[in-house]
Design a protein around this ligand. Sequence first.
Ligand code: GDP
Ligand code: MG
Length: 799
Amino acid sequence: MRLSELKTGEQGVVVKILGHGAFRKRVIEMGFVRGRIVKVLLDAPLKDPIKYEVLGYAVSLRRAEAEMVEVIKIQEGDETPDIATHHEEPPAVDEHELPSCSHTIAQHEGHTINVALIGNPNCGKTSLYNDLSGAKEHVGNYGGVTVDIKTTTFKYKGYTFVLTDLPGTYSLAAYSPEELYVRRYLRDDNPDVIVNVVDVTNLERNMYLTTELIDMDRSMVIALNMYDEFRNQGSRLDFETLGGMIGVPMLPVVARTGEGIDQLLDTVINVYEGRHSHVRHIHVPLGPDVEGSVRVLVDMIKAQPSIARQFSPRYLAIKFLEGDSEVDRILHSASNYDELVLTRDRLRANIERLTNEDISSTVAAEKYGFIAGALAETMELSPEQKNTSTSFIDAIVTNKLFGFPIFLLIMLFIFWATFSLGQYPMGWIESAVNWLSTLVGRFMPDGVLKDLVADGIIGGVGGVIVFLPNILILYFCISFMEDSGYMARAAFIMDKIMHRIGLHGKSFIPLVMGFGCNVPAIIATRSIESRSSRLITILINPFMSCSARLPLYVLLIGTFFPSHAALVFLALYLLGIVMAVITAKLLRRFFFHKDETPFVMELPPYRMPTLKASVRHTWSKGVQYLKKMGGIILFASIIVWALNYFPRHDDAIPAQNTGNTIDLSRDSYLEAAGKAVNPVMEPLGFGWRSTVAALAGVPAKEIVVSTLGVLYTNDEAFTDASLSQRLTAPNASGRPDFTPASAIAFMVFILLYCPCMATVTAIVRETGHWGYGAFSIVYNTLVAWLAALAAYQLFDILL
Ligand code: GDP
Ligand code: MG
């Protein structure tokens, strides 16, 4: 708990001081060090400040300051348990004065270390996070994979680590949403130790962020990741000297194999305990012109303790000088804000006149100059450090002529693998489902329960679960594309087309991710800086055919077009893309104004994906799919079954007795509803069952197939037939429900219509407005209807 939560008369043992730099130092100087007992003497009339007693003398703290002190409450006269510590005692600030029992307890409880991973996109943060915690977060070889923060807890040498994986950032300016996000995280969550992950093969650029973290004056350790590649190139780095130079311990690690992880954790503990010899606060020099101005502003900010607590005054001063809007907002509450602004403007004008360039460039140039100087003394790059295999592959896959055909071939291969390779395991699961169905038929007594299990549950869930292998294969392929670095190239070659439709190459990655699932894809648009581009990318994402729609394709394509499967797949996916492109163009034209953001996406070197990461990712998707089967799909199947099962003939009789002339005995509720809506869908070649399946698929698109499974089990004559045989069997009117043309129309409709509820929710959440969700529902359904109509009319003639 925090010191501010203790009430008058209560006591606590200090566990740790949050915050940073000057504030932290001052509170520690006042005697609030770990293990000390603090007693609340009294609250001031307005509850602020509060008077405390620390080992014999009284001090007063503002409530806000007391919030930065973490304590454990103790009762007066308590027997404090004597718990032995697991590690050697730190020679920390004057702790020899401590009474031993309170000391031990604070040591024990204070074992929690909050660690945040911060670094550029694609430097291996998530890999490191997975290594450290055994988690299974998704890694990808391009920027912007992690858009949410993830937290995990693990134990190491008696300490509890709370580890947070943050989105990648190049700096801590208020330029992109991620940068703001990371910065707010640093301010509000105050991690004890920052692990700055850097890609050592790209040290110069990666260290720019490091200089900003140094400005912030936080406890920090640098993990030199990708050391394996660096070593293999034959380059060398004297990281001991470099670390000493910048006052931050540095360690080589290989996140991919786990090399160096223990040493990293040991160093984090040492930094946390304040016993690492390298740790000191340096100022990254900004040149005489800027330094003088920064000093003036620092002094003015220091006069405002409530503000200086959020970030170090030096960091605030530099950012304020650069005109950072968020820092401006922070400083707004300062009593000398007007004076600050005047001073800042005067100083900045002066610097810009002297240097003849804008202040941000001057600061960046000075920082890079500092980095270059430090690296010149410590790093020896091998002359042939250029990654030759990467440039060779790039010459082919981003080639003007071959780039697109290769992309299409890769997609075609993926669909072929998804369909053809998937057939074998699919057959096995199918037989298992059939076997289960026979078993139920033989051993369960006839009645409603048997019908529910056989038709509702096995027919519904069993009908969808057979597609698990296809979905796993698709995810495996996507994961391979992402992790190898090809995805970034796909975005690169698409940039031109994306520009034509008023978007950015970066928008392409969320679109391809949409092939897996639209929900994370929509979240991934957070890496797009421009608001209008982001909105458009979100709105067109549902046209990307997600894996939930795959079962329907496999079912219908397997039934009607088995010999051209991969091509039909590709055509469907391309149709989705074309609709997305048209929609994007229309949106840009009529709703959003043009905006140009420069294409600043990195093209990381190709890396062979580790089998472990790919399998892990695929596996987690499989688990997700199975969970969905046991949840919403099961639930929906039962509902659909019940609506289709009732009213029974005997239920219908009383209705007739009361003089009601409508004969309910033939139509179930579902059939009646389906037939009522069906006139709208008839031009598309839909029977009432297809209409019902499409309606039922609104919560989640897998339900389309599970509903077909339930609706087509009722025929007594077909107990042993597969679902695809039942779809092509003649119905009451003597014709089959599905023809090749109506199958295509149905797939087109399901591809394009109203996004599933999870996607609509994601759209509303990410855009911040329900109107966009409503737009998606209406617009997509309309588009779907028109496209399915065109498809049906066309193919009814052709096929
Ligand atoms: P993040 O964007 O910082 O979270 O980075 P990721 O953890 O997603 O990793 C980016 C890419 O770098 C992936 O392709 C990883 O497989 C690869 N990678 C991560 N750590 C290492 C490493 O130590 N050595 C090598 N060779 N590759 C790595
Ligand atoms: Mg990541």
